[in-house]
Write a protein that binds this ligand. Sequence first.
Ligand SMILES: [Ca+2]
Ligand SMILES: [Ca+2]
Ligand SMILES: [Ca+2]
Ligand SMILES: [Ca+2]
Length: 471
Amino acid sequence: MEKTTRRRVSILISALLLTLTCVLSLFAGAASAAESFNITRLTTDGDNHHPQVSGDRVVWESFDGNDREIFTWTPVEGLVQLTVNDYDDSTPRVSDDRVVWCGSDGDYPDIFTWMPTRNVIRVTDRDRYVSNPQVSGDRVVWEGIEGGLFQIFTWTPGEEVIQVSESGCSNSHATVSGDRIVWQGADGNDYEIFTWTPTDGVVQVTDNGYQDTWPQVSGDRIVWKGYEGGKWRAFTWTPTGGIIRLMAEGEVEHEVQVSGDRVVWESFDGNDREIFTWTPSGGVVQLTANDQYDGNPQVSGDRVVWESFDGNDREIFTWTPSGGVVQLTANDQYDGNPQVSGHRIVWAGNGAESPDVFVATRDFSDVPVGHPYREAVMGMADRGIISGYTSGTFGLDDPVKRAQFAKMIVGTLGITPGTSTATRFTDLGAPDAKGYPTSSCRRPTRTTSPKAPTSARPYSAPGTPSAETRW
Ligand SMILES: [Ca+2]
Ligand SMILES: [Ca+2]
Ligand SMILES: [Ca+2]
Ligand SMILES: [Ca+2]
């Protein structure tokens, strides 16, 4: 694209992106209908375990009778087998299009990675044990034995492998978000939480007399469970906010999870377990209140998923602030350990046969199967170009607003939303810190032009002739 044209497109996109949050917030206020989901079974053969999802991509491991292999699926590419060999490949993780896993190709396992445009790359080639591969963007993290103790290592394409944890104590349970790595390390008395970034190096988050374990991280927010006062409690930390204990009552089970500013956990209430969520603005909200086991919650954005024992076996549930609770499965097989990314939820369902991988994608309730435009609408949804209203509808007959048109342009061009930007348009409201404005299409600053248009008119149709705008 010619430079000036590209700049003009950038201006258009930047302006309209800012409006999108406003438009969506209007729709979020509308009466909410129950969300509906399409459920697809991805596998029929083998023992399939530990599905993970990031964006459109699902990964899992499958035992084919001899050893385990890694598989991936997207709605556009379908199913692809990533490994074909005679040794174990296991514990895959995925971030966007990058997949990582452990391959036991010798006396000790090694770390491997794959992307759609490249073949499999070997990250490590060691004669010592490695485990627990994790990935965020291009950053791969794992644990490996060094000097008789577990240490935390990281690698990004084109860089050497580096050890981020400090030798002398044992470190484990590493995970990563962006460039921030977290783990738990034994300080000689108990476990503490540590974090590392390329700019700050290692920072010790906790320093106390009880166990702090199972950290998770999203952006700069770290969560974990700490055995404070004889009970497991949920904690969070940010570089600016310090440590906050999230719960006053109950005892947290399993790992605490986080996505953005939303934290989820399961808690024993004296009878059984319930699901809780916390945000800085909303505080603690209890999502379930029943007499059955609710557990293994995960979160992506504002969507929470978990499994619940219905008296016979386990079923999958999801919740959003606008859509409420939706039960995804109702069958006589064990459905457990769900994972979530955006509008996609994956889990392994184990019935009379061996476990298989299932994926639920939020459907549009007003574009049913057989509708003449369904293929086109769902094709755009599969590619992340459209996502519909928070009510779960597509709005087939709704006129397209300028803001929505901008969202579709951004989705088609594959531009990743940033965190904030500035605008000269006065009818957009305050930019949302988590909205669509992106540094990659930030409008050049032009404060000197007296004729610079100041209205994006987000609620007009995109083709509306306008004297005050150039698009
Ligand atoms: Ca294999
Ligand atoms: Ca501690
Ligand atoms: Ca319960
Ligand atoms: Ca079930």
